[in-house]
Design a protein around this ligand. Structure first.
Ligand code: RP5
Length: 176
């Protein structure tokens, strides 16, 4: 609990530093935060403010509907949705908005995320969800992909993304 309070305080100060939230990071349960945090960290590092929310399509359907239908008007440009088990959060979110929706399958169930992967990726044609890998890598890449979408029209974010890639490349040793 103390850990969660500290990281939400950190998220709040990152929000103030980076301005109005442009990427919403939704998760079906507070228990998903540890997996989804790399998405928020990646965006914060690139100077993109996030709005992190616990919103479940089945446990808090009214909260979900209200948030997603108002998101674009509030300045959100991309929505990342992470959920485990029968993970319909990203699909239902995509059905309610024209914003791009990136789905992160979370490995929180006895099937270790395979259920969430199939539920998130197997959208019938018509309502797309860009699905990332299961777990923390998927969350990190969802943050980076959201930044790349924003970077198409924002030179500062594009430059931050290019610097991130260069640092990442420079950190790879030539020999083990
Ligand atoms: C899903 O059920 C959530 O996204 C989470 O991954 C999983 C378990 O949730 P809790 O029972 O821990 O709240 O809806």
């Amino acid at each position: 609990m103390a850990v969660r309070k500290t990281s939400s305080r950190r998220a709040a100060s990152a929000r103030i530093r980076n301005g109005t939230p442009r990427v919403a990071i939704l998760m079906g349960s507070a228990s998903d935060w540890e997996v989804m945090k790399p998405a928020a960290d990646a965006l914060t590092e690139l100077g993109v403010a996030t709005d992190v929310r616990v919103i479940s399509a089945h446990r808090t359907p009214a909260r979900h509907h209200a948030y997603v239908t108002a998101a674009e008007e509030r300045g959100i440009e991309v929505i990342i949705a992470g959920a485990g088990a029968a993970a319909h959060l990203a699909g239902v979110t995509a059905a309610l908005t024209l914003l791009p929706v990136l789905g992160v399958p979370i490995d929180s169930s006895p099937l270790q995320g395979l259920d969430a992967l199939l539920a998130t990726v197997q959208m019938p044609g018509g309502i797309p969800v860009g699905t990332l890998a299961i777990g923390k890598s998927g969350a990190k890449n969802a943050g980076l992909l959201a930044a790349a979408i924003i970077a198409r029209k924002d030179p500062a974010v594009r430059a931050a993304l290019a610097r991130f890639r260069a640092r990442q490349t420079a950190a790879v040793p030539e020999r083990p």
